[in-house]
Design a binder for this molecule. Structure first.
Ligand code: COA
Length: 435
């Protein structure tokens, strides 16, 4: 059969396609923008109708409707998140689901070693003239999960999913079933860039030099920073994710990738979250190269480029430079994602630097993000041994290689003025001298 005949032979309705799922199976959901709502809805309806039990749902960052979270479905689904998002946050906090801490570069290893009876529900682009569908905006673990022997991939082929180049394709012959869908692809709005973000962006721009190879993390600040880099030259991109800000920077001509040692001239990325404008920009764009996260986020691979600068954010930092980027106390807010992958990769890169940037306060200036001690229960995301630069709107603290005393001093200097007196009292208690 040629690929068009294969495609026709595998084409099903969502309701027919999900009939391969049984009680006790593991169902992996496509990551972020690749979450196929229609297929997930059909699975939930089928599980309820057939009274299937203990379907093990594994998901990374949720962006879709996640019908399996509806009340009363707990007996049908056991849920595990690898990166908490807006919908999974309370579900997990309420004890209805679980969270699994795992570095992003190890997630392919995690998902390919799960239960052998595995079904993967994922949104794909339409096939090209050779019968290859692109994993589109989420290559990350999808490529390895899709190629794992025994995994049954149900592809929601969607004309709205861009065809994104790189090592990012699956042939229709490797799909267990195909459903056609024209759902809009999940979008993530542009961040609001206020006065605080402007100042942080300007502070970070001072640390970025022509020819640097950038990674941008998740959250408002990493995306906002890009607005301030338009006067740089020959920047390279090797980044776990990108959002709309990257597209704007690319259009200024600041990104050429000329000085990269590997993947020269191409922006290497493993997933994207943004608006339709970004999705149109990456569609069939040879400047973009999507690769599995086991490559993009491998600290050894990252360090092959010189002058890697990683830019990530955090929720809290203590006076030793321990960074919490994923919990508020015991509540899991997000996850480590690729933060440590890139902090370590940047650290091993010749001339590399890692930056953690955040507004000095939150909740309308009432809570300082620089604190004497992390809140009880908080997870340390970037350890004090790994931390390099911390940036707020009040300046830059360079912590790497500095003593605990020097770190505390540098961090208090970039805390919000309203909290500096209290932090100085802690400094004096700890080091026996005034700040
Ligand atoms: N105490 C209490 N609440 C806090 C807080 C603190 N110390 N810090 C932040 N919050 C609250 C904020 O007020 C905000 O609440 P709201 O939604 O009710 O307004 C919420 O937590 C989010 O805070 P914000 O600072 O706006 O987060 P962000 O969207 O900029 O994301 C991280 C920041 C740290 C959560 C995000 O970067 C992340 O998940 N990082 C870890 C993963 C990572 O770095 N990956 C790297 C590659 S993708």
């Amino acid at each position: 059969m040629n690929w068009r005949e294969i495609y026709a032979s595998k084409l099903k309705t969502p309701q027919e396609a999900v009939k391969i799922i049984h009680s006790g199976d593991t169902v992996l959901i496509g990551h972020a923008a690749a979450e196929p709502d229609g297929l997930v809805n059909a699975m939930v309806d089928y599980a309820v109708e057939q009274d299937l039990r203990d379907i093990h749902i594994v998901q990374q960052h949720d962006m879709g409707a996640c019908k399996f979270f509806e009340p009363g479905l707990e007996k049908h689904f056991k849920y595990a998140s690898l990166f908490i998002g807006a919908r999974s946050r309370n579900y997990v906090a309420e004890g209805k689901g679980d969270f699994v801490p795992v570095f992003f570069n190890r997630i392919p290893d995690y998902v390919t070693n799960m239960d052998p009876a595995q079904v993967f529900l994922v949104t794909l682009s339409e096939p090209d003239e050779h019968g290859y569908c692109s994993y589109g905006l989420s290559c990350d673990f999808a490529k390895e999960a899709g190629e794992r022997p025994g995994t049954k991939v149900i592809g929601a082929v969607n004309p709205n999913m861009p065809r994104v180049m790189g090592d990012n394709f699956i042939h229709v012959s490797n799909l267990e079933a195909i459903v056609e869908s024209d759902e809009p692809i999940h979008e993530h709005g542009r961040p609001v860039i206020g006065e605080v973000e402007e100042k942080i962006g300007a502070n970070i721009a001072e640390l970025v030099q022509d020819g640097d190879c950038l990674q941008l993390g998740i959250g408002a600040i990493p995306d906002a920073v890009l607005k301030f880099l338009g006067n740089k030259k020959d920047l390279g991109i090797h980044s776990e994710m990108i959002s709309d800000g990257l597209m704007d920077l690319y259009e200024t001509g600041a990104i050429t990738g000329k000085r990269k040692n590997i993947d020269k001239g191409r922006m290497v990325i493993t997933f994207m979250m943004g608006t339709k404008e970004l999705y149109d920009f990456v569609n069939d764009n040879p400047a973009i190269c999507m690769k599995p996260v086991s490559y993009v986020n491998d600290p050894f691979i990252i360090s092959q480029n010189d002058n890697v600068v990683s830019i990530n954010s955090a929720l809290q930092t203590d006076l030793m430079g321990q960074v919490c980027a994923e919990t508020i106390g015991l509540k899991q807010y997000s996850a480590v994602g690729g933060q440590m992958d890139f902090v370590r990769g940047a650290s091993a890169s010749k001339g590399g630097r890692s930056i953690i940037a955040f507004g000095a306060t939150t909740k309308g200036g009432t809570i300082s993000k620089i604190v004497p001690f992390l809140t009880q229960g908080a997870a340390v995301t970037t350890s004090r041994n790994d931390v390099d630069y911390i940036v707020t709107e009040y300046g830059v603290a360079h912590l790497k290689g500095k003593s605990l005393r020097a770190r505390a001093r540098a961090l208090i200097n970039i805390a919000a003025p309203a909290f500096r007196d209290d932090l100085s009292v802690e400094f004096e208690n700890r080091f026996g001298e005034a700040l």
